[in-house]
Design a protein around this ligand. Structure first.
Ligand SMILES: O=c1[nH]c(=O)n([C@H]2C[C@H](O)[C@@H](COP(=O)(O)O)O2)cc1CO
Length: 139
């Protein structure tokens, strides 16, 4: 399926290695990830060439054409929060995962919607297990 992977850019890139692990895991399972480039360590130079309106239109279209959204929310990000709310409003299944011990907005952790799964992980391997559990639930 097509899965929108959402991760912090402007909010900070310190969690980039886990973004890449999650995207590689999804692709290895045969899923299409239109935002795969955003998980890349070298993401910033090409992406920075695009103007804001082009990024917004592209990403909203990618969310709308995806069957699920997976967000890594350890680092607070306006864009990630927006994308989560957009996917939720479209009735899509959403996974928000984050490293245990990180401070995550109560607007994420307090969401009672059963279609929005919020999970903490302790290791990258556990993050991938959570991704698999989410995929198993929606698949
Ligand atoms: O250059 C960009 N390209 C892009 O696709 N985004 C989208 C995808 C990410 O999941 C999310 C990151 O938002 P933020 O930049 O507020 O951390 O927004 C965000 C930016 C920069 O704001």
């Amino acid at each position: 399926m097509q899965i929108y992977f959402s991760c912090s850019i402007t909010g900070g890139r310190q969690d980039q290695p886990i973004y890449q692990r999650i995207v590689a895991h999804l692709q290895a399972r045969g899923h299409q990830v239109p935002t795969a480039l955003l998980a890349d360590a070298q993401m910033e130079p090409p992406e920075a060439q695009l103007d804001a309106a082009a990024v917004y239109a592209r990403d909203v279209n990618w969310v709308k054409t995806s069957q699920a959204l997976i967000a890594e929310v350890s680092t607070p990000s306006h864009g990630v929060g927006y994308e989560i709310a957009l996917a939720e409003s479209l009735g899509m299944p959403v996974l928000c995962c984050y490293q245990a011990g990180r401070k995550v907005s109560k607007m994420i952790t307090g969401n009672p919607n059963p279609a929005v799964m919020v999970r903490a992980y302790r290791t990258p391997e556990e993050a991938l297990q959570i991704v698999d559990a989410f995929l198993g639930k929606i698949g």
